[in-house]
Every structure is written in structure tokens, then in C-alpha cells.
Design a protein around this ligand. Structure first.
Ligand SMILES: *[C@@H]1O[C@H](CO)[C@@H](O)[C@H](O)[C@H]1NC(C)=O
Length: 483
């Protein structure tokens, strides 16, 4: 009897896969009423692997690690095995001195703890580009530190990657240096595909300008499907921020979620993912993240092999057995016009709240004020330096035009990535670190490469523009892009 059941389940699963592979009809056929089927140890669909990564640190960036912990809970409840989920998080939040609930991380106003049970695979300085790429490629010999867990996948396996962080055109943040450049990420994805060690891969990416990570860079035919929180030239948004609606519990003075991230995760929290396709979720997340097309929202994008989006989410994320009776519903019940805060301003909001709440004359008030002022002066310095370099190289009017150029859709940010990396180094040598905020200027620097500027010209212009730079932690070379 048990054997017979198992046989039927396998047949059922195979027929889903067959339908999905043929595209169009899949959505209708997968949307079955909930069946009493237990897929949990069914290996006919291969192993599900996941990499979850929060690319920032610092209490002001609480939300990225909160997102990643929440994602871990979804995958774990969904039936993925801990040994198949690789987590990268700096891990400086749960026991941070500012955290009002020690040992707990929350990702929603209701305040459910998402930190418990999250494996500490790569924490602290082990959260870095080399380890991330080695883990993706399943290369144990290249991993340094951490648990040593890698995506040791085979040809029938499916891989889910979720990255939450700050970003800029062509670059994703890391809590360590260097940051992750888009071309290196896409090269790693191509290499993973060439090694024949997955059936399909789904990538969810939250960051400012996240579309630029794949635009013109992720080719079709790799069996990779990606969605990004924002277009190539657009900010992404934090949510559940202090003083906004909906807000975190009162004792929190930092944003605890990101708009795109909570949209996909809260959708997973309540649905039967066997009956919901990636495409259905994409539509709901796109709608919710657009924030009613109010300006505090972004355009969720998709890249790569779009036909993969007819796959059920279950194939990558599993499903919570408790949701078996919740079938997919086009209504976006979670959509509630949240007030969002620009990713790049969320740290300022945090310092400001800290300042406002701290008792008059306390050390905490002085510290919060200092950090706010430092962040502001760093921003002004970086913004004006970039403008000035453009003007030195191209003259007053043309300089502004070159700096602000956005290439047409389908074109990558830059043709010569070595030039971009070199120019970033040159800039940082003369002008101090770009750091988290300065990532927004990557397009300006890329445009200098695209316009044929040489590194000698870049160096001369940078030294002319930056005769001095403010000596504060935001601009020190130690938190730069480059190693
Ligand atoms: C789903 O519905 C069936 C039939 O009403 C019920 O027996 C089952 O317990 C429900 N499952 C869950 C997880 O609530």
C-alpha cells in the first residue's frame, strides 16, 4: 500500500514536471485543489538547495539580516533540509547592544522571532565575495572559514538564491571588502551552469539598482530565472520603519524589513506553494512593491529564462504543510500601502531616531548626533567629488550629461569591467571610500569608462577634485570597495 502510494506520488510529480517543462498550460494544471500528498521525502524532483545572504552589517541595516532569517524559516518549514541551506549573515544584530529584544530578530510588526535555529554557516568576515562564489560553485577547497557548507548539487537539483542588501549600478554590497561586481556574479552563474550541476536556478534579489545586476548580463539558456526588487536605475525600499506606517514595535528605532523582500516572504507565509507558480508570486510582489505606483516604491523586474516562472514555488522553496488548504488567490490581501523608506536613507532615519530618543546630555545622544553628521558629510563629499570629476574631464555642461547618462534597456552598465574596477580604486585612492552610500555613483564611474577616459585622466581628475576628504569612518579606505 505504502509502495503503491509512493508510485502514484512519483507519477503525479513527474507529470507536473512534464507539464511545466512544456510551458503554457502549467499554471492551470498545477493549480489543483489541495491533495493529500506528502512530497517531503520525494527525491524524484532532485534536491532543493538554497543560498541566503545578507550583504550588510550594522544595527542601522537590521532589516537585511532580518529578511534572510525570515527566508530561512520559510525554507525550513517548507521542507528543505538544513544541510542544503547555506546562510551568510554577519550576525551582529541579535545580540547587538541596541537590540531591544536580545537574542531575537523580527521581520514584521507582529514581531515573530525569525532568528531561532538559523545556522551560522558564514558569519562576520567570512561573509565575503570569495566564499559566496565558492559556495555557489560547490568548491569546498576554495572556502575559507565558516561551516564549510557548499551547494554540492547535481544535475537534477534546483537552487534558490536570495540576496538582500544595499547595492548600486553593477554592484552588490558585502559587509567585507571588496563588494560583489555584477560581471563576477554572472560569470559564476555561467560557470555553475557549465558544470551541469543544476536543473534550474531561481534568484531573488533585493538591492538598490538591482536590475543592473542582470540587465544585459544574464543570458538566456542557462536555466536561470531572476527577479529584482528594482529596475537598473532605481532605489529599492526599506519598510516597517520607525515612525512610519506600518511601524515596528515602539522600542525599535530601525527599519525591520524591505519592501520587495517582505512582499515575497509574506506571500510564502500564507500560501500553499504547491499550487502557486513563481509567475503568480512575481505579479503579486510587483504590485505590492510598486506601492500603488506611489513614488515610494520600485519596479520589480525579471531576467533570464522567463518560461521557468511557470514552475511551482514548491520546487524551490517547498511549502508549509499548515498552508495546504490555502490555495492561490489573485487578491493581494497583504497589500496595505506601507510607508517605505529609501534604502539609502534608512541609516539616517535610524541615527535620527536614536538622537531624538536619547536623553538630553547623554553619551548616546552625542554618539547618535556624531554618526548622523558623519554620514551627511560623507554623502556631500562623495556627491560633489563625482560631479567635479565629471566637470574636470568634460567641462561644465557635458560633464553633467556624461555622469547622468543611462544606457538603453538591454545594455549592460559598462563594457569594460576591468576599467570600472580600476576607476573605483583610483577614485578611492584620491577621494576616500565610496562605501555603502557611494555605490549609487557606480553608473557615473561606468560612464567615464564608456566614454573612453583613460586611467591617467581619471587619476588626474580625481586628485584635482579631491584635494582633501573628511576623515571619518564613512570615508576611510578601510570601508572601501577594494581589497
Ligand atoms: C485541510 O482540510 C482538510 C479537509 O477539511 C482537513 O482534514 C485538514 O486537516 C486541513 N489541513 C490543515 C493543515 O489544516
Amino acid at each position: 500500500m505504502v509502495k503503491m502510494n509512493r508510485y502514484l506520488i512519483t507519477l503525479f510529480t513527474l507529470s507536473i514536471i512534464a507539464v511545466v517543462n512544456h510551458g503554457e498550460l502549467a499554471e492551470d494544471i498545477i493549480r489543483l485543489p489541495s491533495e493529500k500528498l506528502d512530497f517531503s521525502d520525494d527525491d524524484s524532483i532532485g534536491t532543493r538547495w538554497a543560498i541566503l545572504i545578507a550583504g550588510s552589517n550594522g544595527y542601522e541595516n537590521y532589516r537585511h539580516q532580518a529578511d534572510v532569517c525570515h527566508a530561512y524559516q520559510i525554507l525550513k518549514t517548507g521542507g528543505l533540509k538544513e544541510e542544503h541551506i547555506v546562510v551568510f549573515m554577519y550576525d551582529d544584530i541579535a545580540y547587538n547592544r541596541y537590540n531591544p529584544r536580545q537574542g531575537i530578530i523580527i521581520n514584521s510588526p507582529e514581531g515573530v522571532d525569525v532568528y531561532h535555529g538559523v545556522p551560522k554557516d558564514y558569519t562576520g568576515d567570512d561573509v565575503n565575495v570569495d566564499n559566496f562564489i565558492a559556495v555557489l560553485l560547490g568548491d569546498k577547497t576554495k572556502v575559507k572559514g565558516g561551516s564549510g557548507k557548499v551547494v554540492d548539487s547535481g544535475p537534477n537539483d534546483r537552487i534558490f538564491i536570495y540576496y538582500s542588501d544595499h547595492g548600486g549600478p553593477g554592484v552588490l554590497g558585502m559587509p567585507t571588502k571588496p563588494y560583489l561586481y555584477a560581471n563576477d556574479l554572472n560569470e559564476a552563474l555561467k560557470q555553475k551552469h557549465a558544470s551541469g550541476t543544476f536543473k534550474s536556478l531561481v534568484f531573488y534579489l533585493e538591492a538598490c539598482d538591482s536590475g543592473s545586476i542582470f540587465e544585459g548580463l544574464l543570458p538566456q539558456g542557462l536555466n536561470i530565472y531572476a527577479t529584482t526588487a528594482a529596475g537598473p536605475n532605481e532605489d529599492s525600499w526599506g519598510t516597517y520603519c520607525p515612525g512610519k506606517y506600518p511601524r515596528p514595535p515602539l522600542e525599535y528605532d530601525t527599519c525591520i524589513g524591505d519592501l520587495y523582500s517582505v512582499a515575497w516572504m509574506e506571500d510564502c507565509d500564507v500560501h500553499n506553494l504547491q499550487t502557486e507558480t513563481i509567475k503568480q508570486q512575481y505579479k503579486l510582489v510587483k504590485e505590492r512593491t510598486s506601492n500603488n505606483h506611489y513614488y515610494r516604491g520600485s519596479h520589480v523586474m525579471q531576467y533570464g529564462d522567463l518560461p521557468l516562472s511557470t514552475d511551482s514555488l514548491y520546487l524551490y522553496i517547498g511549502t508549509n504543510p499548515a498552508n495546504e488548504n490555502f490555495t492561490f488567490n489573485e487578491e493581494n490581501s497583504l497589500f496595505q500601502s506601507p510607508e517605505a523608506v529609501n534604502q539609502r536613507d534608512a541609516d539616517l532615519l535610524h541615527f535620527w531616531h536614536k538622537y531624538r530618543k536619547a536623553p538630553e546630555g547623554s553619551d548616546m545622544k552625542t554618539e547618535a548626533q556624531k554618526r548622523f553628521m558623519e554620514a551627511m558629510s560623507h554623502r556631500m563629499h562623495v556627491d560633489s567629488s563625482i560631479q567635479l570629476i565629471g566637470k574636470v574631464l568634460f567641462g561644465l555642461e557635458k560633464g553633467v550629461e556624461v555622469i547622468n547618462t543611462v544606457r538603453s534597456a538591454g545594455k549592460p552598465l559598462v563594457d569594460d569591467w576591468t576599467c570600472l574596477k580600476t576607476f573605483v580604486r583610483t577614485f578611492e585612492t584620491h577621494c576616500g571610500s565610496l562605501s555603502q552610500y557611494g555605490m549609487k555613483h557606480m553608473r557615473a564611474i561606468a560612464n567615464l569608462c564608456n566614454a573612453g577616459v583613460t586611467n591617467d585622466q581619471m587619476a588626474a581628475a580625481s586628485s584635482q577634485a579631491c584635494t582633501t576628504f573628511p576623515s571619518n569612518p564613512w570615508s576611510s579606505l578601510s570601508s572601501g570597495f577594494t581589497a
